[in-house]
Design a protein. Sequence first.
Length: 81
Amino acid sequence: MLPDGWVGVYGMGWLAVSSDCRRFGMGAALVTATLKTFPPPSLIYVDTIADDTLDGRAAHHLYERSGFRPLSVVWDRAWSV
């Protein structure tokens, strides 16, 4: 987790918990511990995968349970040759 260049604005990105380790509270513990490291008042945003897959839905559920709300969705395109 690195400061975004603006004072008080931080981003969290690509937190991952192995699928066989889910449902034990590890993701929530990681998010909670990370949030405690940001000095108040802070604006914290999350960069994660789309919710159109099982992993994506799990990530969105984790962040929503942690109090985050969607602000915008940016779709990346898969590029191939």
